[in-house]
Design a protein around this ligand. Structure first.
Ligand SMILES: [Mg+2]
Length: 217
């Protein structure tokens, strides 16, 4: 196979995956089994802030075990939601991947509990586009290290990164100023209102990133 000299690193949550919508639907499931909105948010925050763990529904279930009316049915519904992850892919993802796959190598990077993230990614049925899929456990700072390592390993390539977290973009641009950093601001996305300082481009969707990758990178 011809060696591609362009590498595009794509983030998963909030970039290609409508994480906000998925989270809303996940919460609705819990609420059908006697978990109040307040209790759900409280335990959700506990996992992220106190335990400093990436979100994991299995862990969330364990924290709420005594309060849930029918744990088996809840689990079945959560598994159903996860296996339906493809419906949470933003609708410009496949056409974007198709449009650049012949000239760019593609990596997918994601932060989260391995079992949960991999299940979501696998059911999105996009694995074939990527030569590498990296799922990292740990808190937000781990993502920066992962990105740094990936970029360091591929210094011979022209690299673009598409990511929604401003901190990650600025961190990467400080270390690797030559990289093309595209900040994606999906409408309603978690970090869409928060600006990065060093990004080269801002896009509302991947449909706006195709030309950047094709013409600028
Ligand atoms: Mg993200």
């Amino acid at each position: 196979m011809l060696k591609k000299d362009k590498l595009v690193i794509l983030d998963f949550d909030h970039t290609i995956f409508n994480t906000e919508l998925f989270k809303r639907h996940l919460k609705t499931i819990f609420m059908r089994y006697n978990v109040s909105s307040e209790r759900y948010e409280q335990t959700y925050t506990y996992i992220k802030k106190k335990l400093k763990r990436p979100y994991d529904p299995a862990l969330h279930l364990r924290l709420l075990e005594g309060e849930i009316t029918d744990i088996q049915s809840l689990m079945a519904e959560v598994n159903g939601l996860v296996s339906n992850s493809k419906t949470y892919l933003y609708d410009d993802v496949i056409s974007f991947l198709e449009s650049i796959k012949d000239e760019c190598e593609l990596f997918l990077v994601s932060l989260g509990t391995k079992r949960f993230q991999e299940a979501k990614i696998n059911s999105c049925q996009i694995n074939g586009f990527f030569s590498k899929i990296i799922v990292t456990e740990g808190d937000g700072s781990f993502m920066k290290d992962v990105l740094k390592d990936v970029i360091n390993e591929h210094r011979d390539k022209k690299i673009a990164i598409i990511e929604d977290v401003p901190d990650n973009i600025d961190y990467i641009k400080r270390g690797f100023p030559y990289i093309v950093a595209i900040k994606i601001e999906r409408p309603g996305g978690k970090y869409s209102e928060e600006k990065a300082e060093l990004n080269n481009f801002t896009v509302k969707g991947l449909y706006q990133a195709t030309n950047i990758v094709k013409c600028i990178l």
